[in-house]
Design a protein around this ligand. Structure first.
Ligand code: FEO
Length: 170
């Protein structure tokens, strides 16, 4: 049996990760609309990864005998003002998610729930990578985004991303 607070935060995270998937699908949709199909594809894959994260939290709860209740997913709230602004929204969102993961970790730490801490270790690392990726994309866009030819090449580079299932299995 998990601690109630830990279980509640883990359950909430299922919804937050599905929301992340929804948010990134919105970004993907935006970029396709702008003719930046590489960015569109990149965020579509990011959405798949977020769905995987949600499934991992769900699986972990199920493995621990917890009943999972799926809540409504909010409408994506980011203002899609420009191709660059969306990248900034992504970084802000990832920082927010990092905070959520840390909050669960902190609750698990408080009740000496070492198993949950070990489960969350993968997400702590993943969040570090996602923040780095988001920062990197902003930097690249600052360097190349204003020149149409360079942006075309950057978009092609973004199209090269392929989906990979998470390295964490439960
Ligand atoms: Fe599942 Fe991008 O955090």
């Amino acid at each position: 049996m998990l601690d109630r607070k830990v279980a509640q935060l883990l359950s909430q995270q299922v919804n937050k990760e599905f929301y992340s998937a929804y948010l990134y699908l919105d970004f993907s949709n935006y970029y396709y609309g702008e003719g930046l199909d590489g960015f569109g594809s990149w965020y579509k894959i990011q959405a798949q990864e977020e769905r995987d994260h949600a499934m991992l939290f769900m699986q972990y709860l199920q493995n621990n005998g917890e009943k999972v209740v799926l809540e409504a997913i909010d409408k994506p709230s980011a203002a899609l003002d420009s191709a660059k602004a969306v990248l900034a929204e992504a970084l802000e969102h990832e920082r927010y998610v990092t905070g959520l993961i840390h909050e669960i970790y902190d609750a698990a730490y408080g009740v000496k729930d070492f198993r949950t801490m070990q489960f969350l270790d993968w997400f702590v690392k993943e969040q570090g990578e996602e923040e780095t990726n988001a920062e990197g994309l902003i930097k690249k866009f600052e360097l190349f985004g204003d020149d149409p030819k360079s942006l075309y090449m950057l978009d092609n580079e973004m199209a090269g991303r392929t989906y990979a299932a998470p390295s964490l299995t439960l």
